[in-house]
Design a protein around this ligand. Structure first.
Ligand code: PEP
Ligand code: MG
Length: 550
């Protein structure tokens, strides 16, 4: 942190004019950086700097500094640093991960203003002559963008999580990164050698030559595998004997469409609508939702988009939702929507209006039985009639699906299949409810085992019910994007798999190099075994053989 001297000044108004000049110069600097990133990377990465420009427009921050200068009579750089630090601390203490990570944005941008006030040259990472690994408590988005041009091989941070901008940018920049390493800054020293295994999320401090050699082989193997699967990313979704499957993308932000299309998703199998609510930390209006959904449908260019209606609750909480003793079993998803027409109606209106622009499906999360499904469908049809009376009609009729992620829904899957257009299986929740293992609790993580025969049998029962009812079935939980699991799911009778875009290439490769009867035989062997360990071994061996193909 820059040390700023505290000095008495003669004229507070002169100081405030200096602040205005520094803010204007910083605005220009950030706008130039934004353009530069837009050219080198893309618009969505560059838009991170829009948040920085907003900090510079923050009237409260600027007012607080001006008041402080007038009140104390001290120089503006000192007052600015004091106020900025207060803001950073407030954000750092917030419960919400997303907001907490915004502290890095404020630190970044206020550091730039301070450089302008002091006339100092900013110190940025990524400019060292030698190739190196950056270890930091946290990195600002500008630092991360700078890594692109410097000799940075990888970075490791003590702070940060999946939603930190640094982690998001690292993914697009293709710089290996491990974030959230507890105790990093105490353990590491200048000149240390750090091995960064971005694939497993591990680092090794000062590794032995043998460890380094082992990792060189691993690195080469990963590179070869990636090159091989990417060469086939645009090939059709067909097994080697010509049986069709469909691979779709799971996204929760229009900016992610670019990746989905880059990896040749045939559409969006799961649009997590609650992400918008979480990003805003409030209940968005119909218009705000419409803008986002319309953007996704436009970008999909005729490919189908499946919007999942609001799945708030559980671990996805808005500030004003009351705390619950068992949030995963509480007031969440469709339960909340059915009790809150003021929330459900604007969302459905926004989705139906977006469906005028291209093919759209809707699915309801956390359906527990037939009555709940009927109530959600009736509400949807009522909103659809309302829009139709306003002259708003979707480009094609909207098919309504049920997410199967609660064991009671799996048990009555035949009845549900008779009354819905499709199923989408949320294995993340289904596994946690079937096995009574909280999916977010580290202490019981080893019990969260999708290879448990109860999971396999329940999945088979759901897929058979869909077949009997003559409806398509998709899997949109993480298992669908796992190359080890995808062959079993297709072998068990699934039609569509929906996954995070980056997983598409590998899953497509494994399935394209499989023959349908192999997949069915794999499924038959897994069903016949009641042994989770054996199932795991069978699945891993199958995927490994396919991924080694030349
Ligand atoms: C699931 O439960 O598998 C799912 C896709 O939904 P989420 O992970 O958002 O609960
Ligand atoms: Mg779920």
């Amino acid at each position: 942190m820059t040390i700023v001297a505290c000095e008495k000044v003669a004229d507070a108004e002169v100081e405030i004019r200096r602040l205005e000049a520094a803010l204007a110069a910083t605005r220009l600097e950030i706008a130039q950086l934004r353009d530069d990133i837009a050219r080198k990377l893309n618009e969505s990465e560059a838009s991170i700097f829009d948040a920085h420009l907003l900090v510079l427009e923050d009237v409260a921050l600027i007012d607080d500094v001006s008041k402080e200068v007038r009140r104390s009579g001290f120089n503006v750089e000192f007052c600015f640093q004091e106020v900025a630090q207060r803001y950073i601390e407030i954000f750092e203490k917030m419960d919400d991960d997303f907001l907490r990570e915004r502290a890095a944005d404020i630190r970044d941008v206020t550091g730039r203003v301070l450089d302008q006030l002091l006339g100092t040259q900013p110190e940025r990472v990524g400019r060292a002559a030698q190739a190196h690994v950056v270890a930091a408590r946290d990195l600002t988005p500008s630092d991360t963008a700078g890594l692109h041009d410097g000799g940075v091989l990888a970075f490791v941070t003590e702070e940060g999580g999946r939603t930190s901008h640094s982690a998001i940018m690292a993914r697009s920049l293709d710089v290996p990164a491990v974030v959230g390493v507890k105790g990093l800054m105490e353990a590491v020293q200048e000149g240390d050698v750090i091995l960064v295994d971005g694939e497993s999320g591990l680092i090794v401090l000062n590794p032995t030559p043998e460890t380094i050699d082992g990792y060189r082989d691993k690195e080469q193997a990963i590179r070869n595998r990636r090159d091989r699967v990417l060469r086939e990313v645009a090939l059709p979704d067909l097994t080697s004997d010509g049986a069709a499957f469909i691979l779709l993308a799971n996204i929760g932000d229009p900016a992610e469409m670019e990746d989905a299309l880059g990896y040749c998703a045939r559409g969006v199998g799961l649009y997590r609508t609650e992400n918008l609510y979480l990003r805003l930390d409030s209940w968005p209006s119909e218009e705000v939702q419409y803008a986002e959904y319309a953007e996704v449908v436009r970008q999909a260019k005729g490919r189908p988009v499946t919007f999942r209606t609001l799945d708030l609750g559980g671990d996805k909480r808005l500030g004003d939702l009351a705390d619950e003793a068992n949030p995963f079993m509480g007031y969440r998803a469709v339960r909340l929507c059915l009790e809150r027409p003021d929330v459900f109606r604007p969302q459905l209106r926004a989705i139906i209006r977006a469906a005028v622009l291209g093919p759209v499906q809707v699915m309801f999360p956390m359906i527990s039985g037939i009555e709940e499904l009927r109530r959600a469908q009736e509400f949807f049809r009522m909103v659809e009639r309302e829009l139709s009376a306003e002259g708003i009609r979707p480009s094609a009729s909207i098919r309504l699906g049920a997410m199967i992620e609660i064991p009671s829904a799996a048990a009555v899957a035949e009845e549900l299949a008779a009354e819905t257009d499709f199923f989408s299986v949320g294995t993340n929740d289904l596994v946690q409810y079937l096995l009574a293992v909280d999916r977010g609790n580290q202490r019981v993580a080893s019990l969260y085992d999708p290879c448990h025969p109860a999971v396999v049998r329940t999945l088979l029962q759901i897929f058979q019910a869909a077949k009997k009812g003559g409806i398509p079935v998709a899997v949109c939980g993480e298992l669908g994007g796992d190359p080890v699991w995808a062959p079993l799911l297709i072998g068990l009778g699934v039609h569509e798999l929906s996954m995070t875009p980056a997983a598409l290439a590998e899953v497509r490769f494994v399935l394209r190099h499989s023959v349908s009867h192999e997949l069915q035989e794999l499924a038959a062997r897994v069903i016949a075994s009641a042994d989770a360990g054996k199932t795991r071994q069978l699945l891993q061996e199958f995927a490994a053989t396919k991924l080694k193909l030349r």
